[in-house]
Design a protein around this ligand. Sequence first.
Ligand code: FES
Length: 636
Amino acid sequence: MVAKSPEVAAASEVAPVPFVVFQPLGRRVPVSAAGGSLLDLARAAGVDMQGTCGGKGLCGKCRVRLDGPSPAPPTETERKILGAAVAEGYRLACQTSLPQGGSVWVPPQSRPGGQVILTAGTDAGLGFDPAVEAIDLTVPPPSLEDVIADGQRLVGELGQGRQLAEVELPLGVLRQMPTALKAQAGRATAVLWQGRRVLDVAAGHGQPCLGLAVDLGTTTVVAYLVDLATGRHLAVASAVNPQIAHGEDVISRIAHAGLGAAQLEALRARACQCVNQLARAACRQAGASPGRIMECTLVGNTAMHHIFLGLDPAGLATAPYAPAVSSCLDLPAREAGLELALAANLHVLPVKAGFVGADTVAVALAVQAGSLDEPTLILDLGTNGEMILAAAGVMLCCSTAAGPAFEGGHITWGMRGAPGAVEGVRIGPDLEPVLKVIGGGPPLGLCGSGIISAVAGLVQAGALESNGSFAPSLASSRLRPGPRGVEFVLAWAPETGTGQDLVISAQDVSEVQLAKAAVHAGLRIMLDRLNLTRVSRVLLAGAFGNYLEPLDACAIGLLPGVRADMVEGVGNAAGAGAVAALLNRLRRIQAQELASRLRYLELAACPEFPDRFVEGMSFPAPSHSAPEPARDISGS
Ligand code: FES
C-alpha cells in the first residue's frame, strides 16, 4: 500500500470535500464535482484521458494506477483486461471510483496529448478563383442634396464595372457599415461573396481578406489559413478533436449524441470551440485577426458533419444509414457558432452516404478522382476505411468497418501516433526486433502503422502462420503464453517507457486480421463490380495511410494484388480538398458533381461479403524476395 500524497493529505485538512489528484498533471478535482467514475471525474476536470469505447470497459485504454488503497476490489472485466497489472494497482478509470479521494497516476499511454497530426496534403494544383472578393472603394458621403442611404451608395460603387445581381446586405454588415464609411471619408474595403452578398465593410483600403479550410476528423482537426486576396497559404493549426472524451470512434460519438439533446449540443460545442481555437491559433501565427476571416470551408465524415451542424446523427447508425442532408451547404458562419467575421460564410462540402462523408468527397476532389483513367484505389484508412475505386471516369465507393485496430484501438499496447509510439518494426530471422519510435526514446505502445509493421515483421520472419497463429515450432524466449493468447515480446520491461514488457498478442493479431479482412473484402468486391482483376495504383490518404509502410501493407496482404511500388501516400488529401474548395469556387461545383457521380456500394448488402471477408483473413506466405524497407528504423 502507498501512503496518500502530501497534496491529498493537505487537501483533506483544509476541506471536508474529498479530492482526487490526477498525476503527473497534479490536477486536484473535488469528488463531488462530477461523481461517477474516475474517467468521468477526469473529463469533467479537463484531464485528457484515452477511452476508445467511451467508458464501456471494453477497450482497456483508460488504465490508471491508484496510488493508494482502492475502496472496491477490481471487477472481473478489469482483471480480464489488465491481467497482472492489477496487482500493481492498475485499474480501468471508467470502472473505478474513489469516493473518499486519493491520488491517481495517469500513465503516458493513457494520455491522448501530443499526438502527431498530419497537416500536409497533396497539392491539388488548382487555380485561384475564390468565392469572395475584397474590393477597395470610395463611397461618396451623403449631402442634403443627395440623401441616398449608405447601403445604396455602397452597392452603387460596388456595381461600377461589375455585373451584379441583387446585392444582399446582412444585418451584421448594416450595423458596421455607417461607422466604417465615415471613418476615412468613404474609403473602405468591401468583401463581396459570389457577387451577391456583402460580407464585410471595413474602413480604409487593402484590409485583409482571409479564408479558413477545416478538416474536422474524428481524431484530429486541422485548420488552414489562407489569404483570399492572393491565394497564399498563411498558417496551419491542428488539435486533437476534443469530442474524443466521449469515445474515439464515430459510433461512440453517435451513441453519446443519442443520449439526448444536451449531449448532442455538448459534442457540437466542443467541435465548434476547437475550430474557433484553431482559427485564433492560425491567425496568431500569421499576425492576423479571426474577424478578417470571411469564409470557411469544412469537411468531415458524415457523423462529424452532422454533429458540427447540430443535426441528430442517429440515422447514421442504423440501416439504411441515411444522412439528414447530403448536398453542400452555405450558411452564416456565426449561426454555426464560428467566431469569424460577422457575416462570414460557411461552406460545407457535400456528403455521399452515412459512412462516406464530405472528407471522402474532398479526397476525391484533391486527387481529381473523376479524371483518373487507370484503375486506382483511393484509400483513407482509420476506424472506418473509406475507399474509392476509380477507373476510366467511373467511381465506386464504399466504407468498411475496419475496426479500431488501425488506430491502435483494441490492441493490448495500442496507442495513437504520439511521441513514444512504435511506428515501425523490423524482425530479423533470429526473431530479434528493431523498433522505430516516434520522437525516439523508449517505446510506450504501438500506433496503427507500428501494429501493421509488427505483424508484417512476424509474417516475414515466419513466426505467424497464414491463419494468424504463432508457429508452434519456433523456439524463442520472446514467445510465451499471455492473458490474450500467445504473445511476442517486442521490448523487455527495462527497454520500455512503461516499465512493462511491450507485447503483441495473438488477440492483437486477430484484430489486425479482422481489420485487414474488411478492407480486402471491400476492394475485392469493388473490383468485381467494375469487372477488374486488380488496380494499377493505390493512393493512401490520411495520417495512417501516410505513415503506413507500403511493404508492410503488402506483407500482411492488406490490398490484394498490390505491390509496394504501386502505393503512394497523398497526405491529408481531405484537408487539401477543403483548401481547394476555398481557393476556387468551381471546385465546389466539382465536389457536388463528384458526390453525385460516386456510386455508393453498401457492403453489408453484398451477398459475397462474408466469403470475401473470410478470404481476406489469411496472411500471404513470406516473400523473401521483397526488398528491404527503404526506411531508417534505427529508433533515432
Ligand atoms: S475500458 Fe475504460 S474507456 Fe474503454
